[in-house]
Design a protein around this ligand. Structure first.
Ligand SMILES: [Zn+2]
Length: 427
């Protein structure tokens, strides 16, 4: 099915911009490294700011490092329609993660403006600061800052070079002291829409270019430390050992089995980082520290599995005479997209001769933080083999165009005040 001819957006312009932004922080042929608040990030923000201005938006960078473009509506009292995503990347990232959501949103606004439409609601396009969280080990910084959800000590978190977030913000051109006076006004944002690549293999398997997101499964993140006793690998008999790595291995296998227990369920569990002390081939591992990432769309099921994982760690440690500490780094519950936005997206897609399937999001996005302050909806774009956070990440221009067109059509309806229903904010 060829729908390009019926597009309202300027697909060529959108794809050219995606290519141009990808040149900033380019690694290899197709990769991108644009770490949050780095010099490359700043360059990217400045380029995107110029595009916002070309789309007739007034721009500013807030104290949290968010780039915001504003298209004033006819009714400045009405709640704002916010669109956006992020342009920072992983250290070994791709060209599409986040960027298609920001550039797609600018394209949607520019199309509105070029059609001579002034929306009823003000539209704000945001490139949120530090969605990825890899530099300071805590993500969604900009969106949480903007919505008043930062936690104590966040400005003192350091990157691998020992630079604090406060210093990085200052270097970026933001004044963290201005954050103090910043409070989020409840009800200011009416709805939030985000376009993003799927970062998973579901749409590709269904042969669908785009999908409508049902919700974002909440991750629980732990750091677990298990401690035994070191000894010579050649002399300590097996029954006398307190090998922390053996205990850890049993937990990894157990987590895998727990997450796979219900066939077809979206539950996923991963140990992705592990460090061994003293890390020597002829010393029995004394201490192992590892991460746990656990996600599900059903909070109750996730909670039950989490309890069983705690029991498993306890049992394993007793068996191997280890002590352990579980530190919870992040715990967010699943957040569901608003029904009225999902229905609107489905209806607008129908007008494009598309029937996008509903699917959940395993990864979190800026939308996750927005879900606490307004109704939200997300459009996913198919990505090749589900690869993301990797230079091999790829989404076809034709698919991105369809996603951006749907974003445009939905934004046009919502900002005209034609699609709003009772807000169903999950609180
Ligand atoms: Zn992203």
């Amino acid at each position: 099915m060829k729908t390009t001819s019926s597009l309202s957006i300027n697909a060529e312009r959108l794809n050219a911009r995606i290519g141009e932004l990808a040149r900033i922080g380019k690694i290899g042929d197709t990769g991108v490294c644009r770490l949050a608040l780095s010099k490359e990030d700043r360059q990217g923000v400045e380029l995107v700011m110029r595009w916002m201005e070309k789309a007739a938006m007034k721009t500013r960078i807030d104290p949290f490092g968010n780039l915001i473009g504003v298209l004033e509506g006819r009714n400045p009292e009405a709640p704002v329609l916010m669109l956006g995503s992020h342009i920072d990347s992983q250290p070994y990232g791709g060209r599409f993660d986040g960027t298609i959501g920001v550039l797609g949103a600018i394209e949607a606004v520019q199309t509105l403006v070029e059609s001579g439409i002034q929306p009823e609601m003000t539209i704000e396009v945001v490139a949120f600061c530090d969605e990825e969280g890899c530099r300071f080990n805590k993500g969604l910084f900009g969106v949480r800052g903007m919505t008043g959800k930062l936690e104590p000590g966040e400005l003192e978190r350091t990157d691998k070079q020992g630079m604090t977030r406060r210093e990085a913000l200052l270097e970026f051109g933001c004044d963290p002291d201005e954050m103090k006076g910043y409070t989020f006004r409840e009800g200011r944002i009416g709805a939030f829409l985000e376009l993003h690549i799927e970062q998973g293999p579901v749409l590709e398997a269904m042969k669908q270019p785009i999908g409508i997101v049902s919700g974002i499964s909440g991750p629980v993140w732990w750091t677990v430390e298990m401690t035994g006793f070191a000894g010579h690998a050649g002399s300590v008999p097996m029954p006398m050992r307190q090998d922390a790595l053996v205990g850890c291995a049993k937990v990894i296998v157990g987590l895998n089995e727990l997450a796979a227990e219900v066939p077809g369920a979206p539950t996923v569990g991963t140990v992705g980082s592990l460090s061994v002390f003293p890390d020597s081939r002829n010393i029995i591992p004394e201490k192992v520290s590892f991460t746990v990432d656990f996600r599900d769309m059903e909070l109750q099921r996730r909670n039950r599995l989490e309890e069983r994982l705690r029991t498993l760690i306890d049992d394993v440690c007793r068996e191997h005479r280890l002590t352990y500490v579980i530190r919870e780094d992040t715990n967010s519950e699943p957040r569901y997209c608003a029904d009225w936005i999902k229905e609107l997206l489905a209806k607008e897609a129908e007008g494009m001769s598309l029937a996008p399937p509903e699917l959940m999001s395993g990864p979190f996005h800026d939308s996750l933080a927005m879900s606490y302050v307004c109704d939200y909806g997300m459009i996913f774009v198919r990505c090749k083999e589900g690869i993301s956070h990797n230079p091999k990440e790829y989404a076809a221009p034709e698919d991105i165009e369809l996603g951006a067109e749907l974003l445009f059509r939905a934004a046009k309806k919502i900002s005209a005040g034609e699609a709003r229903s009772e807000p169903q904010n999950q609180g």
